[in-house]
Structure formats: C-alpha cells, structure tokens
Design a protein around this ligand. Structure first.
Ligand code: GLU
Ligand code: MG
Length: 441
C-alpha cells in the first residue's frame, strides 16, 4: 500500500482586466522538467466581469486558443504553518500559440510601456503597491485606530503576513492597523520594472492565504460600506537611471521633482480622468474617490498632502539617510479591483507621454479644492475626477492619447467588459454594491 501525498502544484497565473488572479496548475515536477512548459488559456476570459459572467460585447467569441507562458523569474512560493500544500504561483504572460504576445495581455502591456520608457529615456521604473484591506465579519473586539491593541488582537496575522511575504521573495516592510474598522495595511520594499506589479499580485494572494489559514476572511474592496473608511491602493513610483541614481529627485526644483520627474508627473495628472477608468475600475471605486476621504478626487499633484491624487512622498533624513534614495511619488486614485499590470502600464504610458511633450511641473497644491471657487481651481488645474465608472469610461474613450495606450482590441475588450459590469450592478443600492464587491475582492 502506498500513502498518497498531495502533489506539489505550481499555478501559472494571470491577473486579468477584472483584477482577479486566475490560472491553471501543473505538477511542479513537470514545470521544472520542461523550460517551455505552458498551459492553455481562453481569449474570452478577458471579457469576464467580476461577477463571473462574460460580457456579450466582446471581440472574443467561443473560438481561439492562447497559452499562459510563465515568467520563471516571477515565481512566488510559500508554505504557511498549517497549510496542506504550498502556495506556489508564477506570473505568466498570455501569449499566442507560437509564444508571441497577445494583444490583450495585461502583463505584456506593462512590459511594452516599460520597454518604451527605457528605450526613450534610459530610465527604469522602481516602485511598490501599498495595500489596505479589511478583515470581514468583525471577528475581533473593537480597538482604537492605529493602536497596539488593534494589532495584537489580530495576532498572528501581522507576523505571519510579513514572514510569508519574506519567504515568497518580497521585501516586506510594515504592517499597520489602519484607521478603518478591522482595517490593515501592508507595505513592501520597492521592486523594479514588471516586478512592481507582480509583487502586488503576490501580496494579495499571500494575504488571502494567510488569513484563510487563520480562519479569517479578508477583503480589498474599495469600500465595505458606503460610510466605511476606504481600502486604497497607493502606487509608489520613482525612476532609476543607468547609474542606479533616482532620476525623479532634484532638491533644487519645485516639489523636489527633476525635470524628467516633473514631466512624468504632469503626464499622469493630465490623463488622470482617463486613467482612473483602469486604476479605480469598479462601480464601487467611485464611492471611495470623494473629497475629504484621503483618497483622491481631483487632478491634483500635492507635496505630502494625503488628499492629493498624486502625492510627493516625504524624504526622511534622520540617521543620515539619503533623501534621494527614498524619494518617490504615490498615485492614490487606485484600488485592488484594478489589474496591477494594467494600472501601472497606464501610469507609465501617461508619464512617458508627459516626458515626450516635455511638460512642465503641474501646480503643486495643498489645501481643500472644495473651498476654492471654479476660477481658482481652473488656475490650479484641479479638475474633479469622474464620479462614476461610466463617466470614467467616457473620459478614457474621449481622451485620444490615453485610449491609444491600449491596442484597439484591448480597449474594446476592456470597455465592453466594464460596461457589462455596470449593467450587472444596475439597481444595487450603495450598501448592496459594497457588499457585492467585498464578496469578490
Ligand atoms: N484609506 C485611504 C484610502 O482610501 C488612505 C488613507 C491613508 O492615507 O493611508 O486611500
Ligand atoms: Mg493607509
């Protein structure tokens, strides 16, 4: 008699236009033995709404086949205490059967944006996604925001999450009990290039796995209730030159933004109303993007102001730390219903468009745009961001530059899927909407 041990499986994953990580598993032994191992994939999957219904308005029908081609440098594996098997995932590109890139692959989209940035400027993107999430079902006694008690009552969630991230190859940084009820935040150290988005995918799945094993359910949904504190994703970015220096930083200029950094920021601010269609891409996202929520609500570059949509972050110098090393800006109009690859790809494309046009630094504003009159806001370039997913999709569709960031088939797939998502949530009141998304994300 032989005792059956669970097979070690590797899951080849793609994080699609709905921001959901999907994939197929194969034996780790087969994966190791065949450098060209890949699994099948279906084009119409990219038209899947978060509600597991494929949008009728899709360029992809029942025909056609693709492959998920793993990037072996982007494998994140960890076996947590109490787990029956290891969580082992490899970020993969969606490719045609001959291995050439597929028009609607989010990861290929990001890689091509990064390639163009590198070719045209010699710069590499560095960055990290900062995630907020909530534990669902109020399993803990209430505790004050940011308190030690709020951290300890969730034990061992924090220590396990940081250990698991470290074991999976992410430089885990900080675990925070956040402002919202049962809300936590995890930050990780910066990565470069496509790994910035890969890390975001790995982090979400590792947190879900850790919570699952602790008997907890988590959600990254942008709002768990209309009046709840939002769960944001803040996308930190800087630019690295060929010598490894931070090319975003110039302490002599406004906002400490170098000329190229200012142009990169200006491109993002200019195209922000269109970009949010991809970075804050669910119907519920727009319950979060409101003034006075420390989220994002205007096309706004700010220096150390948490209401700004694009925030220049602080540069601590204590202990003799070099500010050039830590200097970065964070895009705050994002949440975890977005595909990290698609979201970051749009930001890089918009920043590169700003560099190509040599845009000057946008106005750097701190304060409350709601207290200004229209003329003052216009002078400062403060335009209210779209207030619904429908309006954001219109903004994307009518921004000739931003819509061209995506290949025509990719744009058609995205718009068709997102419009179907809006139709499928029709009739849900805000509370029901929040609950629906919190079940999925
Ligand atoms: N929870 C806020 C958001 O929705 C962010 C708060 C913070 O600055 O960390 O983005
Ligand atoms: Mg936070």
């Amino acid at each position: 008699m032989t005792t059956v041990e669970p097979e070690h499986l590797v899951t080849l994953v793609t994080t699609d236009y709905s921001g959901i990580t999907r994939g197929r598993s194969i034996r780790a032994r087969a994966f190791e033995a065949d450098a060209a191992a890949s699994v099948g994939w279906v084009p119409a999957n990219q038209s899947l709404t978060p509600f597991d219904i494929i949008a009728a308005d899709s360029p992809w029908g029942s025909s056609g086949d693709l492959r998920l081609m793993p990037d072996r440098a982007a494998r994140h594996a960890v076996r947590l205490p109490g787990a029956a098997t290891a969580l082992d995932m490899v970020m993969s590109d969606v490719v045609e059967l001959d291995g050439s890139p597929w028009a609607a692959c989010p990861r290929a989209f990001l890689k091509s944006a990064l390639d163009d940035l590198g070719r045209e400027t010699g710069l590499t993107l560095a960055g990290a996604f900062e995630h907020e999430f909530q534990v669902k079902g109020e399993p803990f006694p209430a505790a004050p925001a940011f308190s030690l008690a709020a951290l300890r009552r969730a034990d061992p969630l924090g220590p396990l999450v940081l250990a698991a991230l470290g074991a999976a190859g992410l430089a885990s940084d900080t675990f925070i009990a956040e402002y919202g009820r049962d809300q936590f935040e995890v930050t990780v150290g910066p990565a470069q290039g496509v790994a910035v988005a890969d890390q975001a995918v790995a982090l979400r799945e590792i947190i879900r796995e850790t919570a699952r094993l602790a008997g907890l359910a988590t959600t990254f949904a942008p709002k768990t209730a209309p009046d709840a504190v939002g769960n944001g994703v803040h996308i930190h970015m800087s630019l690295v030159d060929g010598a490894g220096r931070n090319a975003l930083y110039d302490p002599t200029r406004p906002g400490r933004l170098s000329e190229v950094g200012a142009a990169f920021a200006a491109g993002i601010v200019r195209h922000m109303p269109a970009i949010v269609a991809v970075t804050a891409p669910s119907v519920a996202s727009y319950l979060r993007l409101k003034p006075h929520n420390w989220s994002a609500s205007y096309t706004w570059l700010g220096d150390q102001d948490r209401e700004a949509s694009l925030r220049i972050c602080p540069t601590p110098t204590l202990g003799g730390k070099d500010p050039a090393r830590s200097f970065n800006m964070e895009f705050r109009a994002a949440d975890a219903t977005a595909s990290p690859h698609l979201a970051l790809g749009m930001l890089v494309r918009a920043g590169l468009a700003g560099i190509r046009e040599r845009l000057p630094v946008p106005p750097i504003f701190s304060g409350d745009p709601e207290q200004l009159d229209e003329a003052q806001r216009n002078r400062l370039g403060l335009v209210r961001l779209p207030q619904s997913l429908g309006a954001a999709l219109e903004a994307l569709d009518s921004d000739a530059v931003a819509r061209a960031f995506l290949a025509p088939q990719a744009l058609a797939t995205y718009l068709g899927m997102k419009r179907a998502e809006i139709a499928l949530t029709d009739g849900l009141d805000p509370a029901a909407l929040c609950r629906r998304y919190a079940e999925i994300y």
